[in-house]
Design a protein around this ligand. Sequence first.
Ligand SMILES: C[S@@+](CC[C@H](N)C(=O)[O-])C[C@H]1O[C@@H](n2cnc3c(N)ncnc32)[C@H](O)[C@@H]1O
Length: 377
Amino acid sequence: MEYQLYATCPDELTGLLAEEIASLGGTFVRTAYRVVYFSASQEVFYRVHLYSRLASRICRILKVIPAHSPTIVFDKARRIRFHEVFPPELAIGIEVVAAQDEGPIPNHLIGSKLREAVNDCFQHHLNVLPNQSSRNAVIGITGYFHRKRLMVSIDTSGESLHRRGFRLEGHPAPLKETLAAALLLVCGYDGTTAFFDPMCGSGTIAIEAALMAVNRAPGLGRKKGGFGFEHLLDFDPGLWQAVQGQARRTERPAPAGIFAADIDPQFIQIARKTAAKARLEKVIRFETRDFFLTEKPAERGLLIANIPYGVRMEGQEVDSAFLRKVGDHLKKRFTGWRCGILAPAAAPLKEIGLKPQKQAPFLNGTVPVKFVVFDIY
Ligand SMILES: C[S@@+](CC[C@H](N)C(=O)[O-])C[C@H]1O[C@@H](n2cnc3c(N)ncnc32)[C@H](O)[C@@H]1O
């Protein structure tokens, strides 16, 4: 069985996500705006859900149908064999999104035609109505409307994949896990060298680094039934167990130290608890410390700091003096290290006084940010 799939992510990550999917066995991998299309066998399909560090959602394409009018949508969509994809008793959520330049048919009209078509299909084939309550939907049907065509797919991820299952509330500006993983990958981190986040907040980047260091698939933290595909009719529990078992067997002890610090002891407490929930408390060494009093914890390694800034952290502005101080400390104390700094796009990063090896723009939530990477000799 070969599935036609796509994985979503911020547009800046499509290249990295395409590489990740290909390395997991996906074929015919192709990027488009905020999406990576690919094909996969059922085993690779499970592996991508379990191992992807970068995908936000994964969807299985059921069919692409013409959508010149609401009537055509209904007529074509009712022929999709939804009753062979999911059982009628599970609550369905339907979402339609249109490409920006799409024509005049409103999304909600397409959505209601799709809903009627699903009803019609179940009634015709099974003589039952599906559960259209849409509250606590377990089955997510999405329609992507582009160039007078509607791509009808089913969300196989369930909750967004950045939710690894161990996040705790309490820090005002946590990064998304998928962005944290991307920063590590942009720096070429493969889990085998020392890592240090000196402004770790809730610990997101250090925890992603630790997952890579112990070679753990990020999806292993999800509860049974947490992935959308587990509710579909073709779900193969034996194969899924085998894929998970293989992932567990390939874990390893961390080959190098993972270190994390923050000036605020409350954040260190949250980060420690989160690491414990992720079963990584023995892998990461946390410390409450001012960055400007830190020393490199190993001769060589990777440092990533998501520095505090006004929009998200009230009372802590990224000003020139702070950035100059960061640059001076890196130059004095972190020779031999690769250092990545994530800051608002508007921050005067030149003040760091180092020549970046790499620069990458990202969105942190809605805030445009810039990631700059320096090698300190
Ligand atoms: C933007 S937050 C980091 C959020 C983190 N990436 C996460 O995912 O939770 C910046 C952090 O820098 C810390 N910080 C500010 N000044 C510091 C300093 N001089 N030394 C160490 N940490 C500092 C703040 O306490 C805050 O937790």
